[in-house]
Design a protein around this ligand. Structure first.
Ligand code: PMP
Length: 443
């Protein structure tokens, strides 16, 4: 089977020559927080399969919602039709959202949720007569997906921001400091001054670019693919204020941070900030099927009410938009938040994660251990020098392969190693994962 895979399958990120010796791992099942490999081994899904599998794998209520809905109405085009699973989904989700986000646009993955938000923001600005707003704003080192619009507001070389630059949206980028208060051994010397100067920097950034910007996009509180960079809620509040002052829409990308990952249902709740556009995906269906939503305020929606020829219609929609089966699974996933102690489990995971990263921080190969909600992260360094590992050594990738052999899925991002397990993970499994990591780091 691997020969077949090698001959015909183009895997994301892993097609480089260097992976010839590193074939993909055949996986045949999933059970709770574990993946079951074809070789009979059981692996803790320490990163929830790219942060999607919120309730682990094969949750019986998600599986049965999927089966029931697929048997009744598997799919129907969403233009000119509506259906109960979509209506139930917006009814369940709406009260959990901040501010005046009243309109949900359905699509299929995180990248398109972002793409939709960018297009809506630009078009709504045109409708307001703001024709000069042809640029976007974003945080440095962001990642918002890999379609061209989303790449344009991201800034990760791995995602070819440089290579594709002639094709990308015009974007101005703002640096924000990491929040040392998330670190387990924080050094808060000079922090008030750093925060004040970041605030000042943000004001200057908006004074310089605000007039030309349609929207500013950010992941609230933590830039996940950017290396689990946790940034201060005070600056998210300042960002909201600056967007308001300069007529810029604020897009919050909660594709990764949503659904309890940071300890609250949405991360932006912790700053008391509501966006104009909100992108949700990944955990939306609990990880079982692809689906995404872009929520817009009523004020934005009002700009799109008109004949197609008026330029007011939002001419966007995918074949699988609003897929009823995915919507039914998303409803079942949200129902778990009401019927089962999902957020209480998240709190237990938070406690276990703090213990785990406190233990890891004692290792000389670990720096800057930090935790936000159920996400724990640290920087991996060469213990003999205290410096970053030589990129040629591919330390993170080797750690990933060695951890798999020990029954743990982790996938460092550059020098950042992190855990973001399903919210059903028993704390004892996190302790086990810590022991595995400590053993591997000491070898
Ligand atoms: N936004 C964020 C914050 C993400 O982390 C990701 C995926 N890692 C995306 C958007 C893109 O989502 P998808 O991979 O489903 O297109």
């Amino acid at each position: 089977r691997l020969a077949l895979d090698r001959a015909h399958v183009w895997h994301p990120f892993t097609q480089m020559k260097v992976h010839e010796a590193d074939p993909p791992m055949p996986v045949i099942g999933g059970e709770g927080c574990d993946l079951l490999l074809a070789n009979g081994e059981r692996v803790l899904d320490g990163i929830s399969s790219w942060w999607t599998c919120l309730h682990g794998h094969g949750h019986p209520r998600l599986v049965s919602a999927l089966e029931r809905q697929a048997a009744r109405l598997d799919h129907v085009m969403f233009a000119g039709f509506t259906h109960e699973p979509a209506l139930e989904l917006v009814t369940r989700l709406r009260p959990k959202l901040p501010g005046n986000l009243t309109r949900a646009f359905f699509s299929d993955n995180g990248s398109t949720a972002v793409e939709v938000a960018l297009k809506m923001a630009f078009q709504a600005q045109l409708q307001r007569g703001e024709k000069g707003r042809i640029r976007f704003g974003a945080l440095r080192s962001g990642y918002h997906g890999d379609t061209l619009g989303a790449v344009g507001v991201g800034e990760l070389e791995n995602f070819m921001t440089g290579l594709f630059s002639p094709l990308l949206l015009a974007c101005d980028r703002l640096e924000v400091p990491e929040d040392p208060r998330c670190e387990l051994h924080p050094d808060l010397t000079g922090w008030p001054e750093t925060l004040a100067s970041a605030r000042q920097g943000m004001r200057a950034f908006f004074d310089a670019h605000g007039e030309r910007m349609a929207a500013f996009i950010a992941e609230p509180l933590i830039q996940c693919a950017g290396g689990m960079r946790m940034w201060p809620p005070e600056l998210l509040q300042e960002l909201r204020a600056q967007c308001d002052a300069h007529g810029v829409y604020l897009i919050l990308d909660e594709v990764a941070t949503g659904f309890g990952r940071t300890g609250t249902f949405l991360a932006c709740e912790q700053a008391g900030v509501a966006p104009d556009l909100l992108c949700l995906s990944k955990g939306l269906t609990g990880g079982t099927l692809p689906l995404s939503l872009t929520w817009a305020t009523e004020a934005i929606y009002a700009h799109f009410w008109g004949e197609p020829s008026s330029g007011r219609a939002f001419l966007h929609g995918h074949s699988y938009t609003g897929n009823p089966t995915a919507c039914a699974v998303a409803c079942a996933s949200l129902a778990l938040f009401d019927d089962e102690p999902v957020l209480a489990n998240a709190r237990d995971i938070h406690t276990a994660m703090k213990e785990a990263f406190t233990a890891l921080a004692a290792h000389p190969g670990v720096r800057q251990a930090r935790v936000l909600g159920t996400i724990g992260a640290c920087r991996l360094v060469d213990p003999s020098t205290g410096q970053a590992h030589d990129p040629e050594s591919r330390f993170g990738w080797r750690l990933h392969r060695r951890a798999l052999d020990q029954g743990l899925l982790v996938r460092p991002i550059g020098d950042c190693m992190y855990l973001m397990p399903p919210l059903c993970t028993p704390p004892a499994r996190i302790r086990e994962a810590t022991e595995t990591l400590l053993k591997l780091l000491s070898r």
